[in-house]
Design a protein around this ligand. Structure first.
Ligand SMILES: [Zn+2]
Length: 347
């Protein structure tokens, strides 16, 4: 068992009880320190991520606003709720939808909180942050909310978050990461060009970010090589973190090809592995049945529960596939992946 460079908590289950339960469980497992790179995504999970990072040596806490929650934040102190959501969502939200959305949170105050936590935890990353051109806001208002608009069909609303708004949230977080010299874990869906441009065009601002991890990378192979070349030139580090749930789907030929290309042609110093699952999905020995358990990114069925062995198997599967693709024996592969994880944490 190596590590999980990117995992989550479930927002609908972020409370004191599940926090203590998770903590007891994590600490009882025979896993090394700094095993979990535990991402926060918004104001609803950040305090539990911080609590777990504070109380368990096995958790590296990560602090940031995920693009899927960026609509919950405003830059304008004086804005009212309707004005805010009408400006950042498109089309403008109906009154029913507006009624289930929370009042917007002031981003500048939130950034101060991110800073406080990042400074407090010596080993911590900024994450999960990023850009997403495909995402539509769920009818619940945000993932993990139990709110519901009556009479609507399906899980997702037609509302998309303004790309410039996402970009601004990203920019301010990258600036903070640079000022604190923290590594970042980045989500990017169908916005690879914009992300690349953002980071490469503002190197004078961002060049104190020691490492960028492109988690569950889904861009093209050519784009991946552009990242590698650019970071090499700047003497900075880029990592491609691969997961079974997003990158390792055997039935998907395009994904299999990308997995192969990345593993074969990206320098081995640039590879990490992750689950991108939520820790709450692990069925703990004393766990009470919880109402929902969606993985943040894989949209698993809500009753998808895993044993801890099942969870770590997701890491083993990626690990084995990397060995197979590179024709590495297990100890060579383990050596690279562990060195990379240590380097990512400590640059
Ligand atoms: Zn994630």
């Amino acid at each position: 068992m190596l590590y999980d460079a990117h995992c989550h908590l479930e927002i609908s289950d972020c409370n004191e009880t599940s926090g203590s339960r998770l903590l007891a469980f994590i600490d009882s497992q025979p896993i090394p320190d700094n095993f979990f790179g535990l991402m926060s995504t918004c104001q609803y999970d950040i305090d539990l991520v911080e609590f777990l990072g504070d109380h368990s040596a096995k958790v590296v806490p990560c602090f940031g606003v995920h693009p899927w929650y960026s609509h919950l934040f405003t830059f304008d102190e004086t804005v009212d709720k309707k004005m805010h959501y009408s400006a950042v969502l498109s089309p403008a939200p109906s009154d029913e939808f507006l009624s289930i959305l929370p009042p917007p949170t002031l981003f500048s105050s939130y950034l101060t909180k991110l800073e406080t936590y990042l400074v407090k935890h010596k080993v911590s990353f900024m994450g999960e942050i990023g850009l997403d051109k495909v995402f539509r806001v769920p009818w619940a208002g945000f993932f993990g909310s139990n709110a519901r608009v009556e009479g609507v069909q399906g899980r997702f609303s037609p509302y998309k978050v303004d790309f410039n708004h996402q970009r601004r949230i990203l920019q301010e977080q990258l600036r903070l990461a640079a000022s604190l010299e923290k590594p970042v874990s980045v989500h990017c869906v169908k916005a690879q060009g914009a992300l690349y441009e953002e980071i490469t065009a503002h190197q004078e601002v961002y060049n104190h970010i020691p490492s960028v991890c492109l988690h569950s990378y889904t861009g093209s192979f050519d784009q991946a090589m552009m990242w590698v070349k650019f970071f090499k030139k700047e003497r900075l580090n880029v990592y491609f973190s691969l997961s079974q749930v997003i990158n390792g789907v055997r039935e998907n030929e395009a994904k299999m090809l990308l997995f192969k290309q990345i593993v074969k042609h990206i320098p081995p110093e640039c590879l990490l592995i992750e689950t991108d699952m939520t820790l709450n999905q692990i069925s703990l020995p004393s766990a009470e049945a919880s109402s929902s358990a969606d993985s943040l990114e894989c949209n698993c069925q809500s009753d998808a529960r895993l044993s801890f062995a099942g969870y770590t198997q997701l890491l083993d599967q990626v690990f084995e596939r990397i060995c197979e693709t590179q024709n590495w024996d297990q100890s060579t592969c383990r050596g690279y992946l562990l060195d990379n994880w240590r380097a990512f944490q400590h640059q």
